[in-house]
Design a binder for this molecule. Structure first.
Ligand SMILES: [Zn+2]
Length: 410
């Protein structure tokens, strides 16, 4: 069968062999070679970097774009949860869909091709947010693969009716389940219940965890223990773990080995963690960002993600994962070429591994997903905040940014 499209002379991330041609047929990568002979339409990459798109492991589409509805004065986690809970009272399916769509389209033009979004489930919101985001998943399947992770942001065991709603969501197409044990009256009870539900529906788990700077206790221990007990290694991730920024190197390495052994992955959320942590300090404010890059050599799967966009948790956001990698690198003082390459990996191949995406990557047979960056490698993309020029999803151009033009004086 003839090719539908050929990308000419793209540099493939992680491939040292120089630019290649990539042939696309029926939405998949059919051929990769130094020079493909074909009459198919072509897009010239001229040595630019081609990546299979950025992978967002942790974002909240349903509560994005509500800064204008919330008033916050302290900037703490508790205040953010309370402010969003109050705003949720007026959420409708139409409203959630419109805001989530705005945020999703930002992510698409920033080059994100795979995404895990956390969706709040509780008796107040019911399945309203879930139903809106589920429709969005179908409507935007041409541009992005969306995973829905349902979770109880306002507690599970302390919030009657939440468990039944989570079960209904899992029966109705939720891809995985999450939790926020720090907000529950019985954190270990919540962790245990989430593992039971994950086993019942055979789905992965993604917790919000250890979201403060008190290193005297961690729920991470219990999550690793339950992961071992349920043999759920490789299927569990935790987000935040800002406590890991408040411990010394020796203890950090011990926890890293435990995470690697258990098969528990870590997502760091630099924008939210920088914004909400250390609010009890008026100067010398701690950064509160877990040093994920130091855990990579131990074999821990780590990702960097956006979390919140334009709400009390994070009143910023353009959904750029390159910007998030740069923000992390800056806050974590990760500036060597190897560190910058690792930061790029934490928004591409490593989050794909965290999400168990077996068909991610520029390889024959995989979906023809590409994002083109005008740079030579991932380290340069992170260091220079290189903006995506072009996106292709399953062989079809999904977005493009015209290059800026400098108008020199004549
Ligand atoms: Zn989150």
């Amino acid at each position: 069968m003839p090719l539908d499209l050929v990308l000419r002379q793209g540099r493939i991330a992680g491939d040292a062999d120089g630019p290649r041609d990539i042939g696309i047929q029926a939405g998949r990568i059919a051929e990769i070679a130094p020079a493909i002979v074909t009459d198919a339409p072509e897009i010239r990459l001229d040595g630019r970097l081609a990546v299979p798109g950025f992978v967002e492991t942790h974002i909240h589409l349903d509560k994005s774009c509500i800064s204008d509805r919330c008033t916050c004065s302290q900037g703490t986690v508790r205040e953010a949860i309370a402010a969003v809970a109050a705003a949720k009272a007026s959420f409708t399916e139409r409203d959630v869909y419109a805001r989530a769509r705005r945020t999703l389209e930002k992510a698409i033009v920033q080059g994100t091709t795979r995404m895990r979004t956390h969706v709040e489930i509780d008796p107040g919101i019911g399945l309203t947010g879930f139903n809106a985001v589920r429709r969005l998943k179908q409507d935007y399947a041409w541009a992005i693969d969306l995973q829905l992770c349902v979770f109880p942001q306002e507690g599970l065991l302390n919030n009657p009716g939440t468990d039944e709603l989570l079960v209904t969501a899992c029966e109705s197409g939720a891809d995985l389940i999450g939790g926020a044990p720090y907000i529950d009256s019985d954190p270990h009870g919540q962790i245990a219940r989430i593992f039971v539900l994950a086993a019942r529906f055979d789905i992965d788990i993604d917790f919000h965890l250890d979201f403060d700077l008190d290193p005297s206790w961690m729920h991470l221990d219990e999550v690793c223990r339950q992961t071992d007990a349920h043999r759920w290694g490789g299927r569990v991730a935790v987000g935040h773990a800002s406590k890991l920024s408040a411990i010394d190197e020796q203890r950090l390495m011990g926890i890293g080995r435990r995470l690697a052994d258990a098969g528990v992955a870590l997502t760091v959320l630099p924008a939210t963690d920088l914004y909400l942590m250390g609010r009890d300090h008026t100067y010398n404010v701690p950064r509160g960002v877990a040093p994920a890059h130091k855990l990579l050599p131990l074999g821990v799967t780590c990702s960097l993600a956006t979390n919140n966009v334009l709400n009390p948790f994070t009143p910023f956001g353009d959904c750029s994962l390159i910007r998030m990698a740069n923000l992390y690198a800056n806050a974590a003082q990760a500036g060597t070429p190897a560190d910058l390459a690792a930061c790029f990996d934490m928004v591409t191949v490593l989050p794909a591994k965290l999400m168990n995406l077996s068909d991610y990557g520029i390889a024959v047979g995989n979906p023809a997903d590409f994002v083109v960056l005008d740079c030579v490698d991932g380290a340069a993309a992170v260091a220079e905040l290189v903006q995506p020029m072009l996106g292709i999803k399953r062989g079809r151009v999904s977005f493009s940014h015209p290059a800026a033009v400098i108008h020199y004086p004549k």
